[in-house]
Design a protein. Structure first.
Length: 449
């Protein structure tokens, strides 16, 4: 990757790059951007590219929030980050960079998710920690038919038939990711027809999130080149889901989540357990950041290996926080947490920011997460769950939004301008859904009466 503007400009010249796409992710979780001619690159690196502030008052697909915090007046600047420069192997003469957003006077825009995460990571560094993160995103490959989209194959988890059916697409995805310096560890077909997962390596700080943005862009672009649709929708078809699993550890002089005095495959430190305690304490509000779509809550249901309850467990895929077994060859390096109540509708910068803020609050408050749950939480009786403090996660986006509104810790981590504009966007999405549902109900009544 290019590290300086001069190296970046030289590479554009030597590798025949004519266009550079400047990417950002807004409150709506959609990756957006502008494409500039390489002749404009020097100016963009020095002064940025103009962007209306109203982009942070959008709800999917492109609806501006009525009476929103940002209206038709106001501009900010997209600031490309040279260290994120990638040549896009799936698009001729085109490179791309992730961007932060600044105000006209050159300060980080306090409504920019990427800038907010960078500020929090700086605070985390002051506490003596560095975050090591890996994003695992599941997706479905779909084929368009006369009856709509259907899964590309009808096989299932880990089946070699499914791997063979999709190999021409998956191999191109892997090659394109590696060409962008995103390391691929493994691939496998997942639970459900047409579902796949390409597992990439971990990275530190903001790099892990930037890599995830390029990952999803790449998967969708390569699938499209093969005449397929790649969807990350949380619940794309009945009986199937797509999650975004965040693997996370904090490091100081070593892995702060690892305790070498603990025997067995789950050597969690006290710090790690308190971090889990913080996640569980802020679980409801956190889902508004990590599962921010109406469709997200069709996924967060029992018996779907996607988690429906705020609990933790050792290799429990129905828990909100799974503690994976560490590798016997590198216990310290592989001791980590996996957060499972997330999907790719999330803005990944906000998802990681919320997760870190919740966990760090657990460390600072010394929150005990309780004993691990070693069964599907739904298999416990109501009384058993109550005694163990295992609470149901929000069942709608509306519930999650109200929880985030009331969570002072997460709102403070976002900052008031970002928190208010984000809540505005999510509240608008929920209201649009409930209004359409009301119209559907009225239509049914008209037919019945």
């Amino acid at each position: 990757m290019c590290q300086t503007p001069s190296e970046l400009l030289e590479r554009c010249s030597t590798e025949d790059i004519s266009f550079v796409r400047l990417l950002y992710v807004g409150n709506d979780g959609i990756t957006r951007g502008q494409t500039i001619n390489k002749s404009e690159l020097s100016e963009a690196l020095e002064a940025g590219i103009s962007l209306p502030t109203s982009v942070q008052s959008l709800a999917p697909p492109d609806d501006r929030v009525v009476g929103g915090q940002y209206d038709t007046v106001g501009e900010v600047r997209l600031i490309p980050q040279p260290r994120t420069f990638r040549i896009l192997p799936y698009e001729a003469e085109t490179a791309a960079m992730a961007c932060s957003i600044e105000t006209l006077n050159g300060n980080p825009w306090t409504a920019d998710p990427r800038s907010a995460l960078l500020a929090y990571l700086s605070d985390l560094d002051d506490r003596g920690y560095e975050a090591v993160t890996a994003f695992e995103s599941e997706f479905h490959l779909m084929t368009e038919t006369e009856d709509g989209f259907k899964p590309h194959d009808d096989r299932g988890v880990y089946t070699t038939n499914s791997a063979r059916d999709a190999s021409h697409v998956i191999h191109d995805i892997i090659s394109a990711l590696e060409a962008q310096s995103i390391p691929v560890k493994k691939y496998y077909p997942e639970h459900g027809a047409g579902k796949h997962e390409v597992v990439t390596g971990h990275a530190t700080g903001i790099d892990a999130v930037d890599d995830h943005v390029f990952h999803t862009e790449t998967v969708q672009a390569i699938a499209d080149a093969h005449g397929l649709l790649a969807t990350f929708l949380p619940k794309p078809v009945p009986g199937a889901t797509n999650g975004l699993h965040l693997h996370l550890s904090l490091w100081d002089d070593g892995n702060a989540f690892h305790d070498e005095s603990v025997d067995g495959p789950y050597p969690l430190s006290r710090t790690a357990k308190q971090f889990i305690g913080g996640i569980l304490a802020h679980a409801d509000a956190l889902t508004a950041l990590t599962a921010p779509a109406v469709n997200s809550y069709a996924r967060l249901a029992p018996r779907q290996e996607s988690c429906a309850y705020a609990c933790w467990g050792h290799d429990n895929r129905e828990a909100m926080v799974r503690v994976p077994s560490s590798s016997s060859s590198d216990e310290s390096g592989t001791t980590r947490l996996e957060f499972r109540a997330a999907d790719a509708a999330a803005n990944p910068y906000l998802a990681l920011l919320g997760l870190l803020a919740a966990g760090v609050d657990g460390i600072e408050q010394g929150i005990d997460p309780g004993d691990p749950v070693q069964t599907g939480p739904d298999a416990l009786s109501d009384d058993q769950r109550h005694r163990r403090g295992v609470e149901r996660l929000p069942t709608t986006l509306g519930e999650a939004v109200r929880a985030l509104e009331a969570d002072n810790t997460l709102r403070a981590a976002l900052g008031e301008e970002l928190a208010s504009s984000y809540l505005e966007s999510r509240r608008s999405a929920w209201e649009a859904f409930t209004e359409s549902a009301g119209e559907w109900n009225r239509d049914i009544l008209r037919r019945l009466l």
